[in-house]
Design a binder for this molecule. Structure first.
Ligand SMILES: NC(=O)c1ccc[n+]([C@@H]2O[C@H](COP(=O)([O-])OP(=O)(O)OC[C@H]3O[C@@H](n4cnc5c(N)ncnc54)[C@H](OP(=O)(O)O)[C@@H]3O)[C@@H](O)[C@H]2O)c1
Length: 214
């Protein structure tokens, strides 16, 4: 499968590193020298956002959440995503208050789906910190990591397969109507991370002595 990634930061590199053996992957960014450097590190191709969107059967939105819609515009707008599976990995979370920045009760994922009516959209990979996605082995405390995701019916199988391909176990919560809950749960995970918790203990609560922070 061909996977275009809008973004060439930590998450883009970590996921590309996982997928590059089984798939063709292209990273993209606004600064092409920086993008090439990132892509070379993980053995992926590089290009502009428009090139990555054109390249991918699957397009991963991996800018910061504030840049998601400018990234979509850089890629060529809705037409560039028509017929493709789009994976939203972004956490619209205010890192001072640790609450979602979505104020209308609808998720970023649903807003992306509204903006890309010809695409098949889902949300995945948002619940663990980048250090986890960089791990070679997705098994923790003897258990395979479970990755929660939401998706419309056209995206569900592809996203499930790509989660398996990173070495984790996919678990679909349902349609993107549940993406708001995933984003809100990520706010809690991020609060623990900012409080100094080990990234590899939070996402599936395997460390028995993790306590809520005030
Ligand atoms: N970091 C984590 O632990 C983690 C975990 C789960 C989910 N997430 C989510 O994943 C997303 C990415 O996080 P990250 O840590 O990978 O961010 P990051 O390291 O800051 O990378 C963001 C990338 O987006 C690119 N970019 C920004 N605007 C763009 C545009 N208009 N067109 C093309 N590329 C653009 C940037 O490159 P240029 O500046 O060259 O354009 C940069 O390579 C965030 O929304 C975050 O909520 C992060």
């Amino acid at each position: 499968m061909k996977i275009g990634i809008i973004g060439a930061g930590g998450m883009a590199k970590a996921l590309a590193g996982k997928w590059r053996n089984a798939h063709q992957v292209m990273l993209s960014g606004r600064d092409l020298d920086k993008t090439k450097h990132a892509a070379d590190e993980v053995g992926a191709a590089h290009g502009t956002a428009a090139e990555a969107a054109a390249f991918g059967d699957v397009v991963v939105l991996a800018t910061r959440w504030q840049d998601v819609f400018s990234g979509i515009e850089s890629a060529g707008g809705a037409e560039a995503f028509a017929g493709k599976v789009v994976i939203d990995i972004n956490n619209p979370v205010d890192v001072e208050t640790f609450v979602t920045t979505r104020t209308d009760g609808r998720s970023l994922t649903e807003a992306i789906a509204d903006a890309l009516p010809g695409a098949h959209v889902g949300k995945a990979f948002n619940m663990a910190q980048v250090a986890v996605w960089e791990d070679q082995d997705m098994s923790y405390d003897g258990r395979q990591m479970v990755v929660l995701f939401t998706a419309d019916d056209g995206a569900a199988q592809v996203i499930s397969d790509l989660i398996s391909d990173v070495g984790a176990e996919p678990l679909r919560l349902g349609s993107n109507a549940h993406a708001y809950q995933l984003e809100a749960a990520a706010a809690i995970v991020i609060k623990f991370l900012f409080a100094g918790r080990d990234p590899k203990t939070i996402f599936n609560f395997i460390q028995p002595d993790v306590k809520p922070v005030n």
